[in-house]
Structure formats: C-alpha cells, structure tokens
Design a protein. Structure first.
Length: 293
C-alpha cells in the first residue's frame, strides 16, 4: 500500500496524535507537512516531532471555563499517544460551576491542589481519569503510552490499587495488563480487544526468529496490527510476505488487522477474534517451539 500522499492530519491521527519527522515524511510528503504547519493544522514540537493542535485548544477551553485540562486532553498534553484524539477538549471544573453550554467536554470534580500541575491534571490524575472513564481498549492505549514514555509500571499499579469508588475495577484491570512494549495505540487497542474475548495475547514476543505484534503462545496464534506506516514499498511487502509465510510454515496461525477495522469497526474485529475460540480443537493444537530473543 503506497501512503506517500496521506493527508498530514490523518497521518497524525493514525499515529495517536504525535509523530517524528521521519514518520511524517514516510506517510505524507515534505510539501504537505510544511503546508500543514503553515496552516496551523499541525504543530511542530521540539526535536522535529509533530502534533495535532489539540493541546492549545484544550488550554484555551480550560482558561475560558476557569478549569483545568484533563482526561484525554491531558494525556495529549503529557505527550502520550491516544487511540483516537478527542473531538472536543476535556476540561475539569469545580462542581458548583455549571455553564449552560460549552464547546468543551466538561467534567465536574473538585480537584485537590496536588492533582493539578500548571493548569493540567497531573500524570497520575490523568491516568486515573482516563482509565476510569474510557472503554477498556481506549484506556489501555493511554496506559501503554504512559509506560512507553517513562511512567513506571510499578508506579501505575500502585496508583491503581489506591483508587476507590466508581470505575476503580476498570482502572485496576487496565493497569494490570498495561505494557510499555506496545508499539503504538493501534497495537494496544487490538490487544485489548483480544483480551476481552479471552485470548492470552502478549506484545512483542519473539517466535521463530521474528517479533510479531501480539502472540498467544497457548494457541500458536499471532495477531498483526498491519501498520500503514511500514507497507509503502515493494521491499516492505516482500519482507512481510516472507515473514508471514515463515510463521505459517512453522505452525502459527497469523491474523492481520487493518487500522480502520480495529479503530472504527470494533465489533467486527471482536467477532473475528472470538471466532478463534469457537474453532473446534483450536486450544488442543500442538504447540511449536518458541525461540528466545
């Protein structure tokens, strides 16, 4: 699949809201990238990283409501890739403040001073808010991103154990399976959907000398989140064909999923994954050797 003409905003959405220059040029073009920055559709950050202008919009909305940037908007602020960027800024305001209308997605909570960092909820509060309110697959994408960017796994699990009240079980569930090994939100959402239907998938496990996206070693099953960003050349296509053929010959079943289906046709994706469990004799299938990294 050739992707050099992809719109820069679409490219950033698929990357979870952030991407470096190399990735942007692979997906789009230098001309489109420069035009997107000039129009304000794309923001250039330090070290040649690019982002959607969501953070600035959220800050403006928080200022207008005398609140703080929170939830998915805070996750974006902290530099965490998310499954799908929020359509509206998320702002938390005190319980007594009730504007009649607002373009922002408002949350009414009386935050403590230690839960706010310069007008944005702290990373800890942001994680709790996201994991408490988001569906499991979107929440896991946030948790994985936080770990990928340096939020310690032990710290996340300790935070989850301290949460009480509505949604606390959901927070702990995501924290228990979160992994910094997940390459991107696309892979995180696919993993969450697989876990939801009962598959025991793990990210980035070495098998047969390669490292697929997701592996269920109990079922000789491999799930590949077929990323648009790596399939733009004949060489990449040839490499993937050889890789998948090698795994199938070695006894692995390889299922491949497109970004559009995983992100926008989630019921369909879950039905495909659930069908794996319904296949007669699947779990009794002889297990092939698992090679170390």
């Amino acid at each position: 699949m050739h992707t050099s003409g992809m719109d820069v905003v679409e490219a950033l959405v698929r990357c979870g809201g952030f991407a470096d220059r190399t990735t942007m040029l692979r997906l789009s073009s230098r001309r489109q990238l420069e035009a997107g920055v000039a129009r304000g559709d794309v923001v250039r950050l330090a070290r040649d990283r690019y982002a959607l202008p969501l953070a600035d919009a959220a800050v403006a909305a928080a200022h207008a409501h005398r609140g703080v940037v929170s939830h998915l908007s805070a996750a974006v602020w902290w530099g965490w890739e998310v499954a799908l960027p929020p359509a509206r800024p998320h702002v938390t305001v005190p319980k007594h403040r009730r504007p009649r209308t607002s373009p922002a997605h408002l949350h009414w909570v009386d935050l403590q001073a230690w839960e706010i960092d310069d007008g944005v909820t702290t990373p800890e509060r942001t994680l709790v808010d996201c994991l408490r309110t988001l569906p499991f697959d979107d929440g896991l994408a946030v948790a994985d991103s936080a770990l990928r960017h340096g939020f310690g796994q032990d710290r996340l699990r300790a935070l989850a154990r301290s949460v009480q009240g509505p949604g606390s079980t959901r927070v702990r569930r995501a924290a228990d399976v979160a992994s910094g090994l997940a390459a991107n939100p696309f892979e995180s959402v696919l993993r969450a959907q697989a876990l939801e239907v009962g598959l025991a998938v793990e990210p980035q496990v070495w098998v047969e000398g390669v490292r697929p996206d997701l592996v269920d070693v109990t079922r000789n099953l491999i799930l590949e989140a077929d990323s648009f960003s790596w399939h733009g050349s004949r060489a990449a296509l040839r490499r993937d064909c050889r890789r998948y053929n090698r795994l199938v010959i070695a006894g692995w079943c390889v299922l491949r999923f497109a970004w559009e289906d995983v992100m926008h046709e989630r019921d369909h994706t879950r039905s495909v994954l659930a069908a794996v469990l319904e296949r007669p004799g699947w779990t009794e299938r002889p297990r092939k050797g698992r090679s170390a990294a």
